[in-house]
Design a protein around this ligand. Structure first.
Ligand code: NAD
Ligand code: WQD
Length: 335
């Protein structure tokens, strides 16, 4: 059995589906602080299997103990975290409390139950913003927000556990910018309130929930002046987790890997691709830069290719098509 924390969230739900497809048995836990219980029924519709799920918080020992006592958990994939960069600047305590206490409790319970394989949701945000692009795994780390530091500290905590316990192996997966949705249109990203991230904002403009996109800066040192990022289809990302899990289960030890496409697209590239995929016009206005943003970053995904035999299959057009299918079939998300 593979335990997924944050299992009903955006990346968790897509990974759940890909794990089932690959023949793994999965048990999920989530406190629904940023997801909807209806996801469970959608996972059932896609997979034809009844999801094994516990409603609970990873900062609480009791639900975790219950799961480990009931199921033979061979590995954990830990998605559960708060993830809004801007909000983390306003609420640092909440972010450190949730993201670090959750990790510590989970690691403790795993140790008690002798579970030694851990896949961790890290982020490109752990790279020091002054690094040259593309980012490589051995480049200097550092961050710019409490959210980013919580990921940096989590990596450090796990590395220290590895030193003390040689059986413990970790896949540190540094995600770039996940977008897109399952091809069925049944699961996808469902942010609460005003989306912080580009793609969900664009899809909400396309369905008429917002009247225009604010593009944060048109004077960045990039080809068209707008910010450049490495967008990765969430299903490709989910498959990266299956590969990383198999790597750990086969006893190869720990690994730190970028999960990105290795290509940079600007805000306007994404807007144009989305307009083509959806046949909708996306009105936009160039506004001031957003605090904390940098001009451009993308991954060097060579290590994941070489060691995990993983690389992306879906291009930007497919990301836009699938995001649009999800948003147009579910204009109000899971509600
Ligand atoms: P998400 O918010 O959709 O999913 C996270 C899930 O964790 C939610 O369902 C939430 O309810 C749950 N959760 C949060 N705290 C919990 C707790 N204490 N106990 C139990 N459940 C809890 O976010 P996502 O986009 O699916 O991200 C998953 C992971 O990937 C996170 O760790 C995030 O930091 C990381 N990540 C995300 C991105 C991104 O852009 N989406 C990029 C890099 C890394
Ligand atoms: C992408 C580009 C914006 C919204 C964040 C986190 C990162 C990771 C992914 C978790 C940038 C521009 C955006 C809008 C815009 N998450 N933009 N108008 O900032 O690269 O990464 O999410 O780990 O850690 O920092 O993603 O989607 O917010 O922005 O012009 O309304 O779109 O300036 O250039 P970002 P994003």
């Amino acid at each position: 059995m593979i335990l997924l924390t944050g299992a009903t969230g955006y990346i968790g739900s897509h990974t759940w589906v890909e794990l089932l497809l690959a023949g793994h048995q999965v048990v999920g836990i989530d406190n629904f602080s940023n997801s909807n219980p209806k996801v469970l029924n959608r996972i059932k519709q896609i997979s034809g299997q009844e999801p094994v799920f516990y409603s609970g918080d990873v900062r609480d020992r009791a639900p975790l103990n219950k799961i480990f006592q009931t199921h033979n958990v061979k590995a954990v994939i830990h998605f559960a975290a708060l993830k809004a960069v801007g909000e983390s600047v306003q609420k640092p305590l909440q972010y450190y409390q949730n993201n670090l206490s959750g990790l510590l409790m989970l690691a403790e319970v795993m140790q008690e139950h002798k579970c030694t394989h851990f896949v961790f949701s890290s982020s490109a945000t752990v790279y020091h913003p002054n690094n040259p692009i593309p980012y490589q795994e051995n480049m200097p780390l550092g961050s710019t927000s409490p959210y980013g530091w919580s990921k940096y500290m989590s990596e450090q905590i796990l590395r220290d556990i590895e030193i003390a316990n040689h059986d413990f192996s970790v896949a540190y997966l540094r995600y770039f910018n996940p977008v897109g949705a399952h091809a069925s249109g049944l699961i996808g990203e469902d942010p609460r309130g005003v989306p912080n991230n580009l793609m969900p904002y664009v899809t909400q403009v396309a369905v008429g929930q917002r009247d225009h996109l604010s593009v944060y800066g048109g004077d960045w040192p990039t080809a068209d002046g707008t910010g450049v990022r490495d967008y990765i289809h969430v299903v490709d990302l989910a498959r990266g987790h299956v590969k990383a899990l198999n790597y750990l289960l086969s006893g190869k030890g720990s690994i730190t890997a970028n999960l990105g496409a290795g290509k940079g697209y600007s805000v306007l590239d994404l807007v144009k691709a989305f307009e083509k995929a959806s046949n909708k016009k996306i009105p936009y206005k160039i506004v001031d830069r957003r605090a904390g943003d940098i001009a451009a970053f993308y991954a060097d995904p060579t290590l994941a290719k070489d060691k995990l035999d993983w690389s992306v299959e879906y291009d930007l057009n497919r990301m836009c098509e699938d995001s649009w299918r999800w948003q147009s079939q579910n204009p109000n998300g899971f509600e």
